[in-house]
Each structure stands twice: as structure tokens, then as C-alpha cells.
Design a binder for this molecule. Structure first.
Ligand code: ADP
Ligand code: MG
Length: 451
């Protein structure tokens, strides 16, 4: 069971986070309705408890119905002098919600557990996602017109589709007075369930189970591309549910019309409700998301750092969150404040991946523009200060913002020697230290390059 919980946890939070925080977690015991998990340090314990405690509980409960609590403790150190409070139990879910979640689990064997972090309250709305959000709200309120069936959410990876689906599910199945049976599962899980039902010759039960829910959510439908048998089954389930007036919500990475490899008649049906695009994030949305997450982080995160992250980490929200989490964890661990420097230091691997996109040519062009000189001067032999200085700054930025080596950089600046580049970097560093105006100028250039 523990192995399965761990595997699912890894699926849920991603391998990087898992390795970072939970690799050292060991199962200490399963006693009646209580599971005890041990971590080696107090810091890890608190962090895991805060970030993943609720998720761990939900995952355990879905493996083992009798589990009610997951205790996360620190492993008592080998010597007896370990502070007594290290082993003190820390309840993960002290409030009543656990029971509600258990009920949801019990009601629907079919479904995957919901992530307690994914609610409407924690979803930050901005231009790119406001339409999808409004549709999700509408369906969650139960006031959706027939035109909202199915609700089809699509967009790139890590932009909040799964978050919105879980939010709808929480809202429908857990709000006071609601008794809606929601089944949420990935298309992949749908397929596995279907295939194992086929194998066990229990497809009738599987169908009945699916058709008994009020709301069916299938996440990442693109997984069914090319899986004709499963598509067929989904198509029938889909029709049966819609005919019975049940709500269907589907997500995918593309719009129905672009999902080639999905049968035409299924695509047509998928597109005949409400189709909502979750667009790529904007700088403003990324910043707003960071502000919301930082507010719950427990250590102050300076605005400059959030601006920096929002500018740099543009691909998806998951990476943005991961970066912030690492910064905050680092601050806790070393009891040092979060600053731009620590951000550079702690995140240098992530940042490098983004930096690779910045080219030396781009840097030369921007710097030349900034100082009002020709781009060709970047490679010229002229040594007048008003030309040489911007050239040095461009070299410095090339060193900082790209993964190019000194000789490679030198070559791009009119075949200069690597020692010239080294000298330029040292010179610029020295000026940055000595002249705040100059430092600000360089910083400004750096920032504009990173957008
Ligand atoms: P998708 O399913 O589209 O690949 P997810 O829903 O799994 O993306 O989102 C990835 C991560 O980013 C999740 O942790 C989610 O909570 C977070 N996230 C995405 N969009 C938002 C948002 N608008 N506000 C808050 N968190 C968000
Ligand atoms: Mg998803």
C-alpha cells in the first residue's frame, strides 16, 4: 500500500518535488485507522505536513478505507538525547473535512482522489483564464444551462485545467447541502479501468458504475488518441450520461476540432457544449499567482523576487510554483531571507533552462539600442569609451544570461580573445560595486532581456 501511495504521490506532485521532499519518508506503522510516516528532520516534517499532508491523507484513504489520519513525525535520532518534541505527533487534518472526503471516496469507487489544494479559493483569475473560470463556476453552481454540457476545457500543460476540474468537484460534492456524486479521473485511468473490466468480464458493472454518477470528469482526453476501443466506450458512456441529463466535463491539450486521432463523431459531441480555452499566462497573472502563493508561504518574499520569477519562468504555473516553493524552503532551512541573490543561487538550474533561449545577438542588439550605438560596433575594433563600455556590458550580460563559454562569447564580439571577455566581466562587476547608477542601468538591461 505504501508503495502505491508513494507512486501516486509522485504522480501527483511530480518527480522533482517528490525527490526533494519525500524521498526520505518511511512508513513507520499502520495502526487501526492511523498511519505514521517518518521524516528525518523537523523541517522536512513541517514542510511535508503543510504542503502534502492533506494530499497524503486522501491518497492513503483511497488505498485503505479504514485510514482516518496520517501522522507525520520526525524519526527519533539514533542517540537518546534527541529533543523530546521531535517525536511529538502532528495531526495532519485536525478538522472535520476528513470525514467529508472519506464520504466522497466511499460514494464513488470509480473516481480518483481530489487534490485538496485545488479549489476555487486558491485559483487566481486573470485575463488568460477568466472565461474558463467563469464556465467552471457556472457548472459548479449547478445553474449551468444545457449549453454547458459538456464543458470542454483545453490549453497547454500546467495552466490550471486539472485545478479547475477539482475545484468544480469539491464545490459540487462537498458544499453544505450538496449531494452530487462526482467521478473525476484521467483519461488514462478511464482506459485502465475499462481494460481491466474487459479482462474480468465485468464491463456491465463498470458501465453501471459510471452511469450512476451525476457528474463525470475526464482529464487529459488526448491520452485516448489512437485508443479506438476506449474511445468507443467513452462515446457510449458520454451519450448515456448526456441523455440522462448528467453533466460531463472534459479537459484536453487541444480544442475538439484539433484533436486529430479522436473519432469524428466523438469530437463533434465534445464540441457541442461549452468549449473554453485556458490561455498561456501573462506576466500579470504570473505575478498575481506568486503573490497569492507567497502570502501563504510563511516567510516574506520581496516584490522584486516575485517580479523576477514572473518574468523568468514563463512556461507554466507548475514550474513557477515549484520555483517559489524551493526559495521558501531554502529560506526556512538556512534561516535566511529570500532575496534576488538567493533566487539566482537556488534556482540556477531552472533559470539556466530559460536562459538558453537568450542569444548573444539579442543581447548585442539590446545593449546597442540602449546606448545608442550601432550593433556592428559590438564586433568592431574601436576602443573609444562610449563604444567599449557598452561592448563590455554586452559581454558581461552574455556571460550571465547565456551558457556560452568565454571563448565562444569572445568569438561573437569580433573574434576577441577570452581574456578580453574575462576582463570585461571583471570591469563591469567592479563598476556595479562602485556606482549604483551604473548597477541600476545594467540591472535594467538584464531585466528587459529576460522578458
Ligand atoms: P494542467 O492540468 O492544465 O496541466 P494544473 O491544473 O495541474 O495544470 O496546474 C498546475 C499547477 O499550477 C497546479 O499546482 C495548480 O494549482 C497551479 N495553477 C495553475 N493555474 C493556477 C491559477 N490560475 N491560480 C492558482 N494556481 C494555479
Ligand atoms: Mg492536468
Amino acid at each position: 500500500q505504501w508503495a502505491r501511495v508513494r507512486a501516486r504521490l509522485q504522480d501527483e506532485i511530480g518527480e522533482v518535488e517528490y525527490r526533494h521532499w519525500l524521498r526520505q519518508a518511511v512508513l513507520h506503522g499502520l495502526d487501526g485507522d492511523e498511519v505514521t510516516v517518518m521524516l528525518p528532520t523537523r523541517f522536512l516534517r513541517d514542510w511535508v505536513n503543510k504542503e502534502y499532508g492533506a494530499l497524503l491523507t486522501v491518497l492513503w484513504q483511497s488505498e485503505n478505507k479504514s485510514v482516518r489520519r496520517v501522522d507525520i513525525r520526525t524519526r527519533p535520532a539514533g542517540n537518546a538525547s534527541a529533543a523530546p518534541d521531535l517525536a511529538e505527533p502532528l495531526p495532519v487534518l485536525a478538522h472535520g473535512k476528513t470525514t467529508a472526503r472519506r464520504d466522497a471516496e466511499d460514494r464513488s469507487e470509480t473516481a480518483a482522489p481530489l487534490d485538496p489544494r485545488f479549489t476555487f479559493e486558491t485559483f487566481v483569475v486573470g485575463k488568460p483564464n477568466e472565461f474558463a473560470y467563469a464556465c467552471a463556476r457556472r457548472v459548479a453552481d449547478g445553474h449551468a444551462a444545457p449549453g454547458f454540457n459538456p464543458l470542454f476545457l483545453y490549453g497547454g500543460v500546467g495552466l490550471g485545467k486539472t485545478h479547475l476540474m477539482h475545484a468544480i468537484a469539491w464545490e459540487l460534492s462537498h458544499r453544505e447541502g450538496r449531494d452530487v456524486v462526482v467521478a473525476y479521473m484521467s483519461a488514462e485511468k478511464f482506459m485502465h479501468r475499462f481494460i481491466s473490466a474487459l479482462r474480468r468480464q465485468s464491463t456491465i458493472e463498470f458501465k453501471n458504475e459510471l452511469r450512476s454518477v451525476d457528474v463525470l470528469m475526464i482529464d487529459d482526453l488526448q491520452f485516448l488518441i489512437g485508443k479506438d476501443g476506449t474511445q468507443e466506450e467513452f462515446f457510449h458512456t458520454f451519450n448515456a450520461l448526456v441523455d440522462a441529463g448528467k453533466q460531463i466535463i472534459v479537459s484536453a491539450d487541444k480544442s475538439p476540432s484539433d484533436l486529430s486521432g479522436i473519432e469524428d463523431r466523438l469530437r463533434t459531441r465534445l464540441g457541442c457544449g461549452m468549449v473554453a480555452d485556458v490561455h498561456a499566462t501573462t506576466y500579470e497573472l504570473r505575478l498575481a499567482i506568486l503573490e497569492a502563493k507567497a502570502a501563504r508561504a510563511g516567510v516574506p518574499v520581496p516584490g522584486r523576487v516575485m517580479e523576477f520569477l514572473a518574468q523568468k519562468i514563463t512556461s507554466n504555473v507548475r514550474e513557477l510554483e515549484g520555483a517559489l516553493n524551493r526559495l521558501v524552503a531554502h529560506a526556512h532551512l538556512f534561516e535566511r531571507p529570500v532575496t534576488l541573490e538567493t533566487a539566482h543561487e537556488v534556482l540556477h538550474d531552472v533559470l539556466r533552462a530559460y536562459d538558453r533561449k537568450i542569444t548573444i545577438e539579442e543581447i548585442q542588439k539590446r545593449v546597442a539600442e540602449h546606448y545608442n550605438i550601432r550593433v556592428s560596433e559590438m564586433s568592431s575594433a574601436r576602443r573609444a569609451r562610449n563604444i567599449a563600455r557598452p561592448r563590455q556590458i554586452a559581454m558581461y550580460l552574455a556571460k550571465q544570461l547565456t551558457s556560452r563559454s568565454l571563448p565562444e562569447i569572445g568569438r561573437k564580439f569580433g573574434n576577441r580573445d577570452h581574456t578580453t571577455v574575462m576582463h570585461a566581466v571583471a570591469k563591469v562587476n567592479q563598476l556595479i560595486g562602485a556606482d549604483p547608477g551604473f548597477a541600476e542601468d545594467v540591472e535594467l538591461l538584464r531585466r528587459t532581456l529576460m522578458i
